[in-house]
Design a protein around this ligand. Sequence first.
Ligand code: AMP
Length: 419
Amino acid sequence: MIKAITGTKDILPVDMPKWHALEETVRNVFSNFNYKEIRTPIFEETALFARGIGESTDIVSKEMYTFIDRSETSVTLRPEMTASVVRSVIEHSLHKQQGLNKLYYFGPMFRQERPQAGRFRQFHQFGAEGIGSNDPALDAEMIIMAYDIITKLGLKNLTVKINSLGLPESREEYKKLLREYLSDKVELLSEESRKRYETNVMRIFDSKAENDQKIMAEAPLLIEHLDEESLEHFKLVKEILTSANVIFEVDPKLVRGLDYYTHTAFEIVSTSVGSQSALCGGGRYNLLSKEIGGEEIPGVGFAAGMERILLACENEKSFEPKEYESDLYIARLDKSLYNVVIDNAIKIRRNNLIVEYDYNHRSFKAQMREANKINSRFVMIVGGEEYERGETVLKDMSNGEQFTFKIDATTDIIKKITG
Ligand code: AMP
């Protein structure tokens, strides 16, 4: 028996109502902020992610699904969307057609991580990117949209963490300071952090090793060494969040690992999902477009993990997605009336109603059981004396009331069903 690959999951029909409810909330919030959907390919040239995410990141160095295709090109299943969206904007000159592109997306992402609760190898994200403005209002907008989506789903146990990563110049100065501080402690750091000391020193703040955390507790913080422009940018972001009633915490140790981040970085974490607590994360990436070979276009965005958000919803019992129901089940008393059933089903389905019937030629009783199981609001019965008189019976399953129609009075039947 061939099974699904470790770290991947089937999303079965019974799970679909909650996925649809989440997608609907996401689309509503993004539409209200006037973001437009974009879909990019699931695989791209490896170089896009290597450059656009950064060689020193965990994603690029350890987690990408990369392979050489039959034409000897190195391709990678996308581990995230920002690099693809920025590529698409540049490739289609969308930034020249309008100053600011406000875009959102949904879709599967792929990372070869160690699978555990809330962490998969194929998982789904939704997210937004605002490409073409350096305005702090846009940074705040990302956090507000993420917060609105998550709170509209009824989630409560949340913390919004924000930080400023400043501008590259002030950050380089600060990194020197941090290296100086660590220079006589390198030997005491974990192996992973010793590597980061060389490649991406700020990421040592992400280390979970107890001793690393002790050492980093005393480390100088970037936020205390920000330049004027970054401080002003950060101040405006905080002011907008406050006036939007988004309660946040400044976390000076939030670094999010990517070299191309500038100014704002944020995460929303939940205490309802276990150790993988980040529901979403994002930040400003003014240096990214240049990194992947385009001109400098400022941008900011975020991505949220859909499995994790749904897990939080389940654990907090925050919402009851609507169960599926169908409008009409057509049952027949006699096998020979199958064509009458099919004809009616097609006509009524073409009028935008959900219609089902039995494809397995089961008894009338079994058909009625199925009508109940699929939550059909009405059942139409074809057969018996009524059929001989050219009529059919329509039964309202909510109260048992029955109505008789001419079998070909499709319009009247539809009117009854749609009320
Ligand atoms: P990132 O792109 O790493 O900032 O991730 C953004 C969000 O995607 C995280 O906050 C998670 O909710 C989700 N996410 C990231 N990696 C995984 C994974 N391997 N499995 C499930 N969700 C993930």
